[in-house]
Design a protein around this ligand. Sequence first.
Ligand code: ASP
Length: 318
Amino acid sequence: MKKLFLALCVALGFAAAPAGAADYPTRPITLIVPFAAGGPTDIIARIAGEYMSQSLGQQIVVENIAGAGGTTGITRGSQAKNDGYTIMMGHMGTHGAAKALYPKLKYDPNKDFAPIGLVAGTPILVVARKTIKANTLKDFVALLKSRQDKMNEAHAGVGSVSFTTCSLFNGIVGVKPTRVTYRGTGPVINDMLAGKVDYACDQIVNLVPQVKAGNLKAFAIATPKRSPALPDLPTTTEAGMPEFQVSAWNALFAPKGTSKEIVTKLNQALDKALSTEGARKRILDLGGVIPEGGDRSPEYLGTFVASEVARWNKVLKK
Ligand code: ASP
């Protein structure tokens, strides 16, 4: 009897394992985007999702859960079942700056996730509505200083990339404009195109087509080098503000406790996506920076998140 029971357990154990990991995925995967549709996190998620689903053989369905600078969606994702069917697209805000800005954050970026991999680096641009009366960063700073009580800066909520990076920018300029909160920088840019908001600091992948078409004014890119996607745009150093150096990123995470086999499958699908010409072209054309080699591993992302949390804690406490 005992023998039979043991044999049964072993058989059930074996039967359970393939359903959990070896056959994964057997149904669509939900990818939480913690901001409104149409913004940078959404754009990167949809490109990665499309190409990853090709090698996984299952659809990746984007679900936009916006609010509180991205922390609402990431809280939801961190509490989801860790079976590989719910993953999320985090970024420098949700998995870096938010920890310093939300004392009661319901997740720990360092402990509550199984990192999957970095998807793209996204340099930050200072952009304004096209009717603003300035054409260079110097002119814009002068205008901002003289009219700060009448200027609106738009961002995606406390802790978001746009909020954090424009906090640094405003601090360097020494201005306190009216700060308007949105559910993502997709809607920020829509309102900027309509002339309803004056300026923002945003991730490049949201901006290149509109800047090229002259529908938005870009003043500088906050990286040491110019972007091949916008070769005429000066760096902040060239434009006279070398102190403003900041770059963001987007990365995929699963809830903590997701099995190593599943994380490996997702990471391999991401790695393949980032090596596919179609996906590469789309990311590069938008000015995104594609991680290469070891920078694509889950281990690298884990270490990188820890360094980002520490870095932003220092910067923001200042
Ligand atoms: N780029 C945004 C941020 O400021 C959010 C978004 O992706 O819509 O964090």
